[in-house]
Design a protein around this ligand. Structure first.
Ligand SMILES: [Zn+2]
Length: 911
């Protein structure tokens, strides 16, 4: 799953490590008894659009492995009308639904006419359960849901259906053994209107006209987990091609199929790459990429029928930005990696969700970087997982959360459905991805790939635990991978490695846990697969197993860089002589290493290990460049500071911040140049956005002028410039401009353009206009999954988080009705993220206590920690910034225990 809308989640865990065992069906956690295993489902669904309900029936072949007295499976918000076993009807009284546990229990009669039930026990062997049921079609993206969207002819309102089952919502569509280890074959039949196209995991087997529409029967799937089922239906178009034996289609709402051309091309390219990488070819006859115009916010790896939020799949060469194109590639690469990692081989239980998500994130990024090296994808998080956060570095996002007291290990115990839904967080996705990248760079690409091939071949059509993956990698690498990995996946946090130069070319390395705002964190130790290089020479590796290690024969006048290309999930803190040599060597470092130094330096400022002069001293020493990742890192820091400071301090800070960005913007200019790299377009857009927020008068005027021209002639504004120009215009909008933006948003049928306009509305700082923006969240103007996050965007971008929260609190019921399972625990805490006043932390705690479910506690704790951190950091940062930007006072602080004096550029140059 690719959840755009999730924020960080965190749970406090005991710091004990228990070695995990390879997959065994019997020992896998879960609620369902293991005696009865479904092997084949045949399901027939009849949706009723008028009443937003559906009726269904199913037969399930069961393999009864031990005699049982009752059947226990999952069902939620379904009404069971009939049940029969082996053809004999069961009384209504035998059926019991526990809606809290989400279980359906069917008690068996004491005897059956066939003799297969005796003394209340169902005999070992094959049996058939048949059920009739009905359920509802939801507004939010869980189970079967509907989407309203604008048809191509303006003013026409259309409706279509889709499903979202991960983690635990297949049970809202049909009664089933809804835990990932219960693999079975699923054969779906559905009745839809005659002019609709229906899509599921497998190709259509038969289609026939019946009263009230047509009945579509799909072929049965191979054995798979229930959460991977999919059903989509509506007035749809498609384009298709073929790659070897696989039919590839991009499916869209009517009239948009051509916008799927890019996705179709990308799918063929990626399919070939993965077929080769995994060593087992894609096993289904077809692969559909399905664009949904709403209802759900991300992408979902249903086997053979992947669903995407429309703007993550469709690319309009005339109107889409370069950023959109990159996001599309990356999301497709992520979801397609799941066709193997997740679908063909599935994690046994949600405590190993990282096996799916960490792996797909790593593999998707590796594949994207392979075909598009110029996009700098390892250095950038192209996909904004949360609309309230700007683009940043994937690894950094995970490390920021992982440094806090509220973090958790990658592998975490999961007991309830709500906990399973909460497991989709930055630690699972991004720390998982970072750890795999570190491991691959340590083992070498080929050894690592051979291990993955061995793992896939050994476990296809089955389930696994993390131990199975480490065993496969240990066998190919002949290294104890499980031992190295344990510290990274079974305990929270990560280390900082301190570098100290000693006499005779010896360098002492020391590791300790790195934390931010977490004073009493238990000290932990890691086996660190270190990489290092003497700048200009080939990199080397060292497995650091103890607290202290040393490097020999490093010349005293040569710069040493740890964590080559920033591929490792740890920080490096240099003593003064080492730092001085690195600053001198900056022009000889690649962009990966420069970004790594910037990220580490900023983290040390956040943690209080260094004063802000360490970071800005480094920024001022950087050689001129137009590499987007490097500037993005700096922009994110400036943006964070700008939002944190009070009005007066902000006014003092902004001219300095602008002076850091202006030279690069002047090199690039406003207009895209022919033949420039697509990343230059990304950089220009980011600079305009950032300079606009930093009150640059020329940028604001330039954006307004371009907006006026755009109103008369949309083609006058390059697609890359639209999001930043609209955002800046929105930020400083008066009522007339606000209304223009709103009208444009109402009119467009493009989900991508619509989002640009409403993002611009959320930027508005004028309180009177903020009052007009917020109620839009309650209307149908935006797709359900996006509407509620308009409030989050206002909290972040308008500078009025107080107004956003007040509005949300007053309308909570309506807002929460639009949130899906994955978002429910996070929505309220997310609105508090942008406060830096500790009294708000108390307000959140007391609101949560009285109004939120227990499952949201970890996310509440995380945001409380964030507010406390921001409050403390603001106090600490303000005087340091004043001194630095004033350039007339001395600040002192330490880097790795060594005094870092001097604030002016010339003084820093002497380092
Ligand atoms: Zn995923």
């Amino acid at each position: 799953m690719f959840a755009f809308l999730t924020a960080l989640l965190s749970i406090t865990f005991p710091v004990t490590m228990t070695a995990e065992k390879p997959f065994s069906f019997k020992d896998t956690p879960g609620k369902l008894p293991r005696e009865v295993v479904p092997t084949d489902y045949s399901i027939r669904i009849v949706p009723n659009i008028g009443t937003l309900t559906f009726s269904g029936k199913e037969t399930v072949k069961l393999d009864v492995r031990n005699p049982v007295r009752r059947l226990v499976l999952n069902a939620l918000e379904l009404e069971i009308t009939d049940a029969s076993l082996d053809g004999e009807a069961l009384p209504k009284s035998a059926i019991k639904i526990d809606s809290e546990k989400e279980l359906l229990t069917i008690a068996l009669p004491s005897e059956s006419a066939t003799g297969r039930i005796r003394r209340g026990e169902l005999a070992v062997g094959e049996h058939t359960l048949a059920l009739r049921f009905s359920g509802k079609i939801n507004q939010q993206g869980q189970g079967l849901f509907y989407m309203h969207y604008q048809g191509l002819e303006s003013g026409t309102q259309k409706i279509m259906l889709g499903t979202q089952f991960e983690a635990t919502d297949a049970r809202r569509f049909f009664p089933c053994w809804d835990e990932p280890a219960f693999r079975a074959r699923f054969q779906l039949t559905a009745v839809v209107p005659e002019n609709w196209l229906a899509v599921s995991n497998m190709p259509i087997e038969t289609e026939k006209k019946i009263e009230g529409g047509k009945e579509v029967r799909f072929a049965a799937t191979p054995p798979m987990s229930s959460y991977l089922n999919v059903f989509v239906a509506g007035e749809l178009d498609l384009i298709e091609s073929r790659s070897g034996p696989t039919q590839i289609r991009v499916i869209t709402t009517k009239g948009k199929a051509e916008l799927g051309s890019y996705a179709l091309e990308v799918t063929a390219q990626i399919l070939q790459y993965y077929n080769d990488y995994f060593g087992v070819p894609y096993p289904l006859p077809k692969l559909d990429q399905i664009a949904l115009p709403g209802g759900f916010g991300g992408a979902m790896e249903n086997w053979g029928g992947i669903t995407y939020y429309e703007s993550a799949l469709l690319f309009d060469p005339k109107n889409s930005s370069a950023e959109t194109k990159q996001i599309i590639y990356e999301v497709i690469a992520h979801e397609m990696a799941h066709m193997w990692f997740g679908d063909l081989v599935t994690m046994a239980w949600w405590d190993n969700l990282w096996l799916n998500e960490g792996f797909a994130s790593w593999m998707g990024t590796k594949c994207t970087a392979h075909f598009n090296p110029q996009w700098e994808v390892w250095l950038r998080r192209s996909v904004p997982r949360d609309p309230t956060r700007r683009v940043g570095i994937a690894k950094e996002a995970a490390m920021e959360g992982d440094a806090r007291s509220t973090t958790h290990p990658i592998q975490q115990s999961i007991a309830t459905e709500a906990e399973a839904n909460s497991a989709f967080d930055d630690i699972t996705y991004k720390k998982g991805q970072s750890f795999l990248r570190m491991l691959e760079s340590f083992l070498g690409e080929e050894v690592f790939r051979d291990g993955i091939r061995r793992y896939i071949a050994a476990h296809k059509y089955s389930n696994t635990t993390t131990a199975d993956l480490w065993n496969a990698l240990s066998e190919t690498s002949k290294k104890p991978i499980g031992e190295i990995a344990a510290g990274w996946t079974e305990q929270p946090g990560f280390p900082v490695v301190k570098v100290k130069r000693e006499a005779d070319g010896k360098i002492q390395l020391t590791q300790e846990r790195f934390t931010v705002n977490s004073k009493n964190a238990p000290p932990l130790k890691w086996k660190i697969p270190l990489t290092y290089s003497v700048v200009g020479e080939a990199p080397a590796t060292l497995l650091m197993t103890g607290t202290i290690a040393s490097l020999q024969n490093i010349a005293a006048d040569r710069a040493l860089k740890l964590n080559v290309n920033g591929a490792g999930n740890y920080r490096a803190e240099y003593d003064e002589p080492s730092w001085r040599l690195l600053l001198k060597a900056l022009p000889n470092l690649g962009v990966e290493d420069r970004v790594n130094l910037l990220s580490d330096a900023w983290a040390f400022v956040q943690s209080g290990r260094a004063p802000v002069s360490l970071y800005f001293g480094l920024v001022e020493e950087l050689p001129p460049s137009t590499e987007v990742a490097e500037h993005q890192q700096i922009i994110n820091v400036l943006d964070f500071i700008n939002r944190l400071l009070g009005t007066r301090e902000r006014e003092e800070f902004q001219p300095y911040a602008r002076s850091l960005l202006r030279p690069t913007f002047e090199t690039l200019g406003w207009e895209p140049k022919e033949g420039e790299l697509p990343t230059v377009g990304n950089l220009r857009a980011s600079l305009i956005n950032a300079l606009g927020d930093l009150s640059d008068p020329e940028i604001i005027a330039g954006c307004r002028e371009r907006f006026e021209k755009y109103l008369a002639n949309p083609a006058s504004l390059a697609p890359d410039l639209r999001p930043p120009v609209l955002a800046v215009v929105g930020h400083y909008a008066d009522e007339k401009t606000w209304s223009k933006l709103h009208d444009l948003g109402l009119k467009t049928a493009s989900i991508e353009e619509k989002q640009n306009y409403y993002n611009a509305l959320a930027e508005t700082t004028d309180p009177q206009l903020v009052k007009k923006t917020l109620p839009i969240a309650l209307t149908d103007e935006l797709p359900t999954s996006r509407a509620i996050f308009l409030v989050s965007a206002v909290a972040r971008d308008s500078g009025h988080p107080d107004m956003a929260w007040k509005f949300a609190a007053a309308n909570m019921k309506t807002l929460l009705a639009k949130v899906d399972a994955a978002g429910a625990n996070r929505y309220v805490p997310g609105l508090f993220t942008f406060f830096s006043d500790v009294s708000r932390a108390d307000e959140l705690k007391s609101y949560a206590k009285n109004n939120l479910p227990a499952a949201s506690a970890p996310e509440v704790a995380k945001v409380v920690d964030e507010i406390q951190f921001r409050s403390e950091f603001k106090r600490r940062l303000a005087p340091q910034l004043k001194a630095w930007t004033g350039k007339n006072k001395l600040t002192t602080g330490t880097i790795g225990g060594v005094s870092n004096k001097g604030t002016s550029k010339s003084q820093n140059k002497s380092y």
